[in-house]
Design a protein. Structure first.
Ligand code: EPU
Length: 345
């Protein structure tokens, strides 16, 4: 394992924040990494995948470990499903395309999401009506304390809206090594999301296919969301809030056009999740006048207020402070406290 010193992290996070790591190393397997950690138990560690859901607000006085475990293997199949295992360091979108080319269905709605395979279950990535948990079969992860590899089923991961055990009770405890997906040999199409239907119509698709859906998603994302290679960002900065039905009804009287959706049920029915309404944080932020706002090189994206951007030289603190201002103004106007989706380091 090659350890480099005093490395800029700019190219390792999609926000393009120029902080430095005291030590930096990539790892392609767990053995050498485990041996290194055994020898250096006191060094602070930050595990990095594609760096697409992280905001660095200061230098890392420890080691940044970049997961570069690769490999895609078909491990078994039956009449309905194919089970595919991918290394956590694989690029997410390249993996999605690999599967689409082989007509393995289920990932098409999740096309073009920045990041790595290993980061996908961490926050149960989701887009255009599909979440990772619907195609997830299992994963293996190395536990930093007991130094063993553990297997997790979907139940073990306790997926929620942009949530899993790896963001909550097991935060910073596991390194995800690989993820196994259960993909369909015969597709079930997810086109209920309005924007997808509109885009498919625009594309004048004759026969629906996973390839067409992937293309529709790619078109929508490219038109709405900034490309991190061009403008630094980490996708949605906040989660869409879920509020009690009663609170929603009061708001709707003042703002009849407020976009809203039934909140997804993660818990078993009968839980106190019932009676919640999900709102579009982007809409709330836009209503507070932030859309297109810029302060120095930190900004709120011109097409999607849920996305904070770095036009070049913004620091992580400047982005973080802007997120705080956005949060306060939404709270003041609507009485709703937004929650950050991006990991702050
Ligand atoms: N809207 C506004 N103004 C804005 C932004 C949005 O009025 O500035 C309105 C839209 O017009 C629409 C509604 O808000 O009525 C929802 O907007 P959109 O369809 O763009 O989706 P979103 O709720 O803002 C979520 C995910 C995205 C995902 C899209 C599509 C979260 C936090 N974000 O965004 O995920 O791509 O839905 O499914 O749930 C991400 O997690 O990084 C991410 C990009």
């Amino acid at each position: 394992m090659q350890i480099r010193e005093n490395i800029s992290l700019r190219q390792y996070n999609t926000f393009g924040i120029d902080v430095r790591a005291r030590y930096f190393s990539a790892f392609a397997g767990i053995d050498t990494l485990a041996a290194w950690m055994e020898k250096n138990p006191k060094v602070k560690r930050v595990i990095l995948g594609g760096g697409s859901n992280i905001l660095f607000t200061k230098n890392v006085d420890g080691i940044v470990l970049k997961n570069e475990i690769v490999g895609i293997d078909e491990i078994k199949e039956d009449d309905t499903y194919v089970y595919v295992r991918a290394g956590a360091g694989e690029n997410w979108h390249r993996f999605v395309q690999y599967c689409i080319q082989r007509n393995w269905a289920g990932l098409e709605n999740l096309s073009l999401i920045p990041g790595s395979v290993g980061a996908a279950p961490m926050q149960n990535i989701g887009a255009y009506g599909v979440e990772l948990q619907e195609v997830f079969n299992s994963l293996s992860a190395y536990h930093l304390h007991d130094k063993k590899v553990h297997n997790f089923t979907a139940g073990d991961c306790a997926f929620g809206y942009r949530e899993s055990v790896f963001k909550k009770q097991y935060k910073d405890q596991f390194i995800i090594l690989n993820v196994t997906f259960r993909l369909r040999k015969h597709p079930v199409f997810h086109t209920s999301y309005g924007a997808i239907r509109e885009e498919l119509e625009k594309m004048q698709v004759g026969e629906l296919s996973i390839q067409a859906i992937a293309q529709a998603v790619i078109n929508i994302r490219s038109s709405k969301l900034p490309d991190p290679a061009v403008i630094g960002n980490a996708g949605s900065f906040f989660k869409n809030p879920e509020i009690p039905q009663k609170q929603f009804e009061v708001l709707q009287k003042t703002y009849p056009a407020i976009p809203h959706y039934p909140a997804r049920q993660y818990a078993v029915s009968g839980s106190d999740d019932q009676g919640f309404i999900k709102l579009a944080a982007g809409w709330l932020i836009e209503q507070c006048g932030w859309k297109g706002f810029r302060r120095g090189d930190a900004g709120v994206h011109v097409n999607q207020s849920l996305v904070l951007v770095n036009y070049g030289k913004a620091t992580g603190k400047e982005i973080y402070n802007l997120s705080g201002d956005v949060l306060h103004s939404v709270h003041k106007k609507f009485g709703i406290l937004l929650e950050r989706e991006v990991n702050i380091v």
